[in-house]
Design a protein around this ligand. Structure first.
Ligand SMILES: [Zn+2]
Ligand SMILES: [Zn+2]
Length: 384
């Protein structure tokens, strides 16, 4: 079978109906294109397909027996009409009623607020050490004048005289096919079945107003680039002052001019004179914790690395444990030697090289000392 629907929802094959429903809610929330962005439309569709099968006992049975009810050949075996039967409930629950929900009777005045999405860019230092960052968002907040009731004088809404509280009006129209009766939301009350006699002037009876709010977002130490943080009940307040949805914050870590992060290690590059590499030397490098001294060992080759223990990124959710700072050494060869230097270097050359050996070992790929950054990283992976 092409798609493992259980895997799509992230549940085991013996998951209960409740677990499946819960997993679906979580995934649908996370990947809904309104929240996650347009690039997740396919993923969202896949999640819906999985749930349409696993939430339907007949289809689930078929699927467990090895037939995918969503595949074209299996279409006759299921009723197309009920493919999305269970979705209205869940979406109205998640998105505050906008989603094909079948309303029986009037709309509740108080509705659950929608989730919202915000973006936050932090520095590498913030990502390594964590902390609280302020984020300013435009959102719906509860109306401070009426505290969500929507009424200027705090009186209870009265029954709508047009629809008598049903929220719906029946409209009869004559067509070629005869008389058609349709049911539409009541124009007078907007489908609520009730009317606020003296609407609050600040929110026009909605119980919420658009507002700009500053929120402290707790950044966990060691957070990775492109991480989504969920802040419960920090999204939009609903109509009628209903409970707020959740706020999702997409965190981007800005590139740093001095360090590159790879997993929990930080990498930096320094260039040292040839003589330091040959003779050994101490050098000062900056870390996110301040300057520190390193030793460049005698005989250091270009692309060799020096490890500064514990000065890398914090390991996410592992207390204060940190990775290392890996200092990559580049060696500069002197360009403009004066006569005296040239002469000394020639003396040195004669002392280490046979006079006329022009035949060098030749290989089709770099030797270990010249693999460069990613080659070293790969080695480090294989050895760990
Ligand atoms: Zn108000
Ligand atoms: Zn009405």
């Amino acid at each position: 079978m092409a798609t493992d629907y259980y895997q799509v929802l992230g549940v085991s094959h013996d998951a209960s109906d409740a677990e499946i429903k819960q997993a679906y809610r979580r995934m649908a929330r996370k990947y809904h294109p309104d929240i996650a962005g347009k690039q997740y439309e396919d993923k969202f569709q896949e999640i819906n397909n999985a749930y349409s099968v696993l939430s339907d006992p007949k289809k689930k049975q078929m699927y467990d027996a090895g037939i995918d009810p969503n595949s074209p050949g299996a279409a006759s075996a299921s009723q197309a009409g009920d493919a999305f039967g269970g979705f209205g409930d869940i979406f109205s629950d998640i998105f505050g009623g906008g989603f094909g929900a079948q309303h029986q009777g009037p709309l509740p005045r108080q509705q659950h607020g929608r989730d919202s999405l915000a973006h936050l860019t932090i520095s590498l230092k913030d990502a390594v050490f964590g902390g609280v960052k302020n984020l300013s968002i435009n959102t719906y907040g509860i109306c401070p004048t009426c505290h969500g009731s929507g009424s200027a004088d705090n009186s209870q809404p009265i029954q709508c005289p047009v629809c008598h509280g049903t929220g719906y009006q029946q409209r009869v129209s004559r067509t070629l096919l005869g008389q058609m009766v349709s049911s539409e939301p009541c124009e007078r009350c907007g489908g609520y079945g009730t009317i606020i006699q003296h609407p609050c002037p600040q929110c026009n009876g909605h119980g919420r107003i658009q507002t700009r709010r500053s929120i402290g977002v707790k950044i966990p130490a060691g957070i990775h680039d492109q991480t989504r943080i969920r802040l419960a009940s920090q999204g939009e307040v609903g109509e009628g002052g209903g409970a707020a949805g959740d706020l999702y914050v997409d965190v981007t870590v800005a590139p740093d001019p001095h360090f590159t992060r790879h997993n929990d290690d930080l990498h930096c590059w320094i260039t040292v004179p040839m003589t330091w590499a040959a003779l050994g030397h101490s050098a000062q490098v900056s870390t996110l914790d301040g300057p520190t001294s390193i030793t460049i060992p005698q005989g250091t080759q270009p692309e060799d690395t020096v490890k500064v223990k514990g000065k890398g990124a914090t390991k996410l959710n592992q207390g204060s444990e940190r990775g290392n700072l890996i200092v990559h050494i580049q060696v500069s060869i002197p360009k403009n030697l004066n006569r005296q230097q040239m002469s000394k270097l020639k003396d040195f050359a004669q002392s280490v090289e046979p006079a006329d050996d022009k035949v060098l070992a030749q290989k089709g790929e770099p030797t270990t000392h010249h693999k460069g950054f990613f080659g070293k990283i790969r080695d480090a992976f294989q050895n760990s």
